[in-house]
Each structure stands twice: as structure tokens, then as C-alpha cells.
Design a protein around this ligand. Structure first.
Ligand SMILES: [Cu+2]
Length: 89
């Protein structure tokens, strides 16, 4: 698990258009179905989706496209190398 996480990349997408927890679930489902995505956390309150993915299998543009396809607007993203602990709020 730890070994895998070292190679993973973390992207935090800022998503516009979520208005309830069903939206949260819809985005989580869509992003989770993308090949190479290992973990998805969507937070409706902060309008953010945190995606842990394998950069060799998928890139951020594809994640953005997937979220956009599900009917939401991605207004930006930030990226970080995923280490043992993720940035908590
Ligand atoms: Cu909704």
C-alpha cells in the first residue's frame, strides 16, 4: 500500500456546480471509474475532489474531462506527489 502510494499522484480538482450530496456521489463514481484512478474523495462543502491516481495510466486532463462529462465545471486543480499522508484540512 505504502509502496504504491509513493508512485501515485494526487490531484485536487475544484468543481463548480455541486449542490447536494448526490452530486458528490456522482462525481466520485465517475472519477472512480477512470482507469488508473485509485482513490477519490469528493467534498461537497469545499467543492473539491481529491483524486489519487497513477500518473502512468491517466493524467489530470482526463480527470478534468471525466468530471466535466458528468455535468460539472472544473475551475482549476492543484497537484502534488502523494506521500504517506495527504494534506488534511
Ligand atoms: Cu446534487
Amino acid at each position: 500500500m505504502a509502496e504504491q502510494a509513493e508512485m501515485d499522484q494526487l490531484a485536487v480538482l475544484r468543481i463548480e456546480g455541486m449542490h447536494c450530496h448526490n452530486c458528490e456521489a456522482a462525481i466520485r463514481k465517475t472519477l472512480s471509474s477512470v482507469t488508473g484512478v485509485h482513490e477519490v474523495e469528493v467534498d461537497f462543502n469545499s467543492s473539491q475532489a481529491s483524486v489519487l491516481y497513477d500518473p502512468k495510466a491517466v493524467n489530470v486532463q482526463q480527470l478534468v474531462s471525466a468530471a466535466t462529462r458528468s455535468g460539472y465545471r472544473v475551475t482549476g486543480f492543484s497537484q502534488a506527489q502523494a506521500q504517506t499522508d495527504r494534506t488534511a484540512h
